[in-house]
Ligand binder design. Structure first.
Ligand code: ATP
Length: 340
């Protein structure tokens, strides 16, 4: 186990700056999620940490050692990919044992570590099978097992759940969390999925166009996004963003951001802004309804209790408590602060 530090980490490919002056300190035993849209540089950052990509400038520390020039195999980190990258002709046992045999670990020790990993991952019954005889979820557990047996200083995971169906993703997400809590191994987890980021990360680093947008706990990012990018990237449906004059608060050149769940039906609530809106589409979800509203040129989404039901084509009054509104500078896109 070890802390990991990215210090002014930069990677350029010809004209593209894939990672731009990234500074992150990951604490020993922390589960840090790197999240952002496709192309934001998260995989490149992880690959530089693993030693699979050269560093243009900056430094990476694993513990207190600078690893910029350390060979991948000597960095003592274990990577888990989206493609499980299992050896198809080998049994589960041999897949798990492979890296340890390469390192000339004693047979009894290999046996102990493989059985322990199989036990943690409930793979004990499958040790004699080949990967093709396993489900997708079981294969991903073998891929995790291969990382675990190495007892590395850190786990590096790159979208490990994206090949699984929705139900299995939720289940495996919880398994990875339980595993990480039990082993206490520093983990950096890359995903484009903000729900994975929110549910798994002790802290989340949000990236866009190679640059760190914000680093914080899930609560910090949700409650206090640093800019409009984080505000809209974290949370689903996304935070609504309107010129602040539309709800009658804030100054010129400011945007008012508010989450769909903070809008109420009806106006006249004290300390709230009023919205007169046309209901365009209603999505009924059983326990709540999402209504897509039009206010002149603007569209917003609101999340309301199922009763009273809204219907497309209706015109309704809504209100937003000012204390739930965050103001952003229209030009710089940076957060200005709460509206009230
Ligand atoms: P995704 O989720 O789609 O994998 P990502 O956030 O992981 O995206 P990266 O794969 O890190 O993004 O890519 C960051 C940027 O660097 C992109 O613009 C990409 O096109 C570019 N890039 C990545 N690898 C190379 C390469 N080998 N040569 C040139 N450009 C590259």
């Amino acid at each position: 186990m070890a802390p990991i530090t990215f210090e002014h980490l930069t990677k350029r490919f010809d004209q593209t700056t894939a990672v731009d002056d990234l500074n992150i300190e990951v604490a020993d035993g922390e589960f840090l999620v790197l999240v952002g849209p496709s192309g934001c540089g998260k995989t490149t950052a992880l690959r530089m940490l693993a030693g699979l990509e050269d560093i243009t400038s900056g430094r990476i520390f694993i513990g207190d050692r600078v690893v910029n020039n350390v060979a991948p195999g000597a960095r003592d980190v274990a990577m888990v990919f989206q493609s499980y990258a299992l050896y198809p002709h080998m049994t589960v046992f041999d897949n798990l044992a492979f890296s340890l045999r390469n390192q000339k670990v004693r047979k009894a020790e290999i046996d102990r570590r493989v059985r322990q990993a199989a036990d943690v991952l409930e793979l004990g019954d499958f040790l004699k099978r080949k990967p093709r005889q396993l489900s997708g979820g079981q294969r991903q557990r073998v891929a995790l097992g291969r990382a675990i047996v190495r007892e590395p200083k850190a786990f590096l995971m790159d979208e490990p759940l994206s090949n699984l169906d929705a139900a299995l993703r939720v289940q495996t997400r919880a398994e990875i969390l339980r595993l990480q809590q039990r082993l206490g191994t520093t983990t950096i987890y890359v995903t484009h999925d903000q729900i994975e980021a929110m549910t798994m990360g002790d802290r989340i680093a949000v990236m866009n166009t190679g640059q760190l947008q914000q680093l914080g706990t899930p609560e910090e990012l949700y409650e206090h996004p640093a800019n409009t990018f984080v505000a809209r990237f974290i949370g689903s449906p996304a935070m609504n963003m309107l010129p602040s004059s539309v709800i009658g608060i804030g100054g010129t050149g400011q945007l008012a951001g508010f989450r769909p769940e903070h809008v109420r039906l009806g106006n006249g609530h004290a300390g709230s802004g009023s919205l007169d809106a046309a209901v365009e589409v209603v999505e009924y979800l059983g326990d709540e309804q999402l209504a897509h509203l039009r206010l002149g040129d603007h569209e917003i989404v609101v999340k309301l209790p199922v009763e009273p039901r809204l219907h497309a084509g209706e015109r309704e009054q809504f209100s937003v408590p000012f204390e739930k509104v965050l103001l952003f500078d229209e030009e710089s896109k940076q957060a200005v602060g709460p509206a009230a």
